[in-house]
Design a binder for this molecule. Structure first.
Ligand SMILES: [Zn+2]
Length: 247
C-alpha cells in the first residue's frame, strides 16, 4: 500500500497501528466517500505489544487500511512505548509530509494516558512546521524532488481525551465499517486466551466503540460521531447555515 509518488488530502498520524481505527477511522471513511484521498502514518510498528509480531501487525494494518479505504499507509520505526519528540524524529515525519502533501493532518489530542499518544501531538505539529522550511533537508524526501510543504489545517482526534470537542464528524453510515477495520487486528482483538486478562473480548469492544460514537454523535444531533479539537476559532459565512441545534 505504501507508494512513494502518491499524494493525499488528509493524513492521519498516530503512535500505534490501530490508534487511527479507534479515534478517526469513521472520519477517514467519510472523507474517502467524498472522493478525497486519505492516508495513515503509524509512528511505530508494535514490537512491544503483548500479542502478535510486528510482521503480523503489518499485515493486519494493511487490511485495516483497505477497509478504511485509504490510498496510502506506512509505519515509521520509532520505538514502541518510547516515542520522543526529537529533531531527528520530526525530520522523519516531515519527509512523509513533503512526499504526501496533505492539506489536513489529524493528530492525537495532546493529553493522553499513554505517553506515546500524548507526544505524537507536539511531534506531529512540529514536523508539519519543519516540513515547510525551505532550507531543511529531510533524508526521506530530497529537496530537489520533494518541495517544502506545510499542511493548511491540523486537527486533533480527541476520542480518548476528557475534553470538550470543537466539532464532531458524523460517521453514522460508517460506524460498522470502522469497527471492522479495528477487528482486522485479529492478533489484538479476536477472542483468545493469551494475555486474556489485559484484553477485552470482541463483544465488549463493539459495545464500547458504538457507545462512544453514540455519545459524541448526540452532542451534535447525529447518531454516531467522532470528536475533534482545533486550536483555531471557527469562521462563519452565513449564520443561518451553522449546524447543530441550540434549543
Ligand atoms: Zn495507541
Amino acid at each position: 500500500m505504501a507508494s512513494t509518488e502518491i499524494e493525499v488530502d488528509v493524513l492521519a498520524i498516530a503512535a500505534h497501528r490501530d490508534d487511527v481505527e479507534q479515534t478517526c477511522g469513521g472520519t477517514l471513511l467519510r472523507m474517502a466517500s467524498r472522493g478525497l484521498r486519505t492516508g495513515i502514518l503509524d509512528l511505530t510498528r508494535g514490537e512491544s505489544g503483548t500479542r502478535g509480531s510486528a510482521e503480523e501487525r503489518a499485515a493486519e494494518a494493511a487490511e485495516a487500511g483497505r477497509i478504511l479505504g485509504v490510498s496510502w499507509r506506512d509505519a515509521l520505526d520509532l520505538p514502541d512505548g518510547a516515542i520522543a519528540n526529537t529533531y531527528e524524529n520530526r525530520l522523519k515525519v516531515a519527509a512523509v509530509i513533503r512526499r504526501l502533501k496533505p492539506r489536513v493532518v489529524i493528530l492525537p489530542y495532546w493529553e493522553a494516558r499513554h505517553p506515546d499518544h500524548a507526544v505524537c501531538a507536539p511531534l506531529g505539529y512540529e514536523a508539519c512546521f519543519v516540513a515547510g522550511l525551505a532550507r531543511v533537508e529531510t533524508s526521506g524526501a530530497p529537496l530537489e524532488k520533494f518541495k517544502p510543504h506545510r499542511p493548511f489545517k491540523i486537527v486533533y482526534a480527541s476520542l480518548y481525551a476528557d475534553v470538550r470537542p470543537s466539532f464532531i464528524v458524523d460517521i453514522t453510515p460508517y460506524a460498522e465499517q470502522r469497527l471492522q477495520s479495528l477487528m482486522a487486528y485479529k492478533s489484538q482483538y479476536s477472542n483468545q486466551a493469551q494475555g486474556g486478562g489485559l484484553f477485552v473480548p470482541e463483544e465488549e469492544i463493539r459495545e464500547r466503540t458504538f457507545a462512544e460514537a453514540r455519545h459524541y454523535g448526540l452532542l451534535a444531533g447525529v447518531k454516531y460521531g467522532e470528536p475533534f479539537v482545533q486550536r483555531e476559532v471557527g469562521l462563519v459565512d452565513d449564520l443561518t447555515l451553522i449546524p447543530v441545534q441550540s434549543i
